[in-house]
Design a protein around this ligand. Structure first.
Ligand code: CO
Length: 257
């Protein structure tokens, strides 16, 4: 399935069909049950702040009212695929790019490209949280300064935190990664399956760990608190990435094809 982002009108409103609104309704009602007791506290608080509608796709102006109030962020609509430099530039302006299409009901459970459900449900709740929002901004500004090889390693950092990160909360693992929280299957798998490894997050190790974007993960890194994101921001990341490049990749538990 090839998806095309939908254009917003002059008021910033995107017109979704009845079927698309229904797809949103199926996805959000189902996922709200699944993330309960699996998502971290800050994510659940963010969901409450956003108060996403249940029966239709949310509109960007409403989401932005909340994001602006808490962290000064904005969602901006983009076409499905944008160049990496544009992505980093937007993050460095505290703008979160979101392609405004929603998956079809045939692809309800598995989707390669991030759709609006992933962006709004998976990421926007924590964009109301200061450490997460600051990390996104830091990531954009840092990646803009990095060369191509270093960017690839920074991409791993993003992957193992923002997209697939776990967090220890009252001695239990919870989820803060948006790639997980917007996936019915992987939200449960990440915490409950005996298959994947779950390791304490370590910057240099994460930089050296390759990942597959098209498969369920075999390894997750867990942080101790959202403030750990500030430790990453405070590190000399370009130096660490340079060192990680010289050390080579860590065997991630799968063969890269
Ligand atoms: Co994402």
């Amino acid at each position: 399935m090839t998806y095309i982002a939908k254009q917003a009108d002059s008021r910033g409103v995107v017109h979704y069909t009845e079927e698309e609104n229904h797809t949103w309704e199926i996805l959000i009602k189902r996922q709200l049950n699944i993330v309960e007791n699996r998502a971290c506290r800050d994510f659940m608080d963010g969901l409450e702040r956003l108060a996403l509608p249940l029966n239709h796709v949310p509109q960007i102006p409403q989401i932005n009212q909340t994001l602006e109030h808490y962290t000064g962020w904005n969602v901006v609509p983009v076409s499905a695929v944008i160049p990496l430099t544009t992505f980093f530039t937007l993050l460095s302006e505290r703008k979160f790019p979101a392609a405004t299409f929603i998956r079809t009901q045939e692809e309800l459970d598995f989707l390669k490209e991030p759709d609006i459900f992933h962006e709004y449900f998976g990421h926007c709740p924590l964009l109301t949280h200061q450490a997460y929002a600051d990390f996104m901004y830091w990531y954009g500004t840092t990646a803009l300064k990095a060369d191509k090889k270093t960017r690839q390693l920074l991409g791993r950092l993003f992957w193992f935190t923002i997209e697939f990160g776990l967090i220890a909360e009252n001695n239990a693992l919870k989820i803060y990664g948006g790639g997980l929280l917007s996936s019915k299957e992987e939200t449960i798998y990440a915490l409950e399956s005996p298959i994947p490894k779950r390791l304490a997050f370590n910057i240099e190790q994460a930089l050296r760990t390759p990942y597959r974007y098209d498969e369920i993960q075999t390894l997750y890194y867990s942080i101790q608190s959202m403030d750990d994101l500030y430790h990453i921001m405070d590190s000399d990341i370009l130096q660490l990435a340079h060192h990680a490049l010289s050390q080579g990749d860590i065997e991630p538990g799968f063969v890269i094809c």
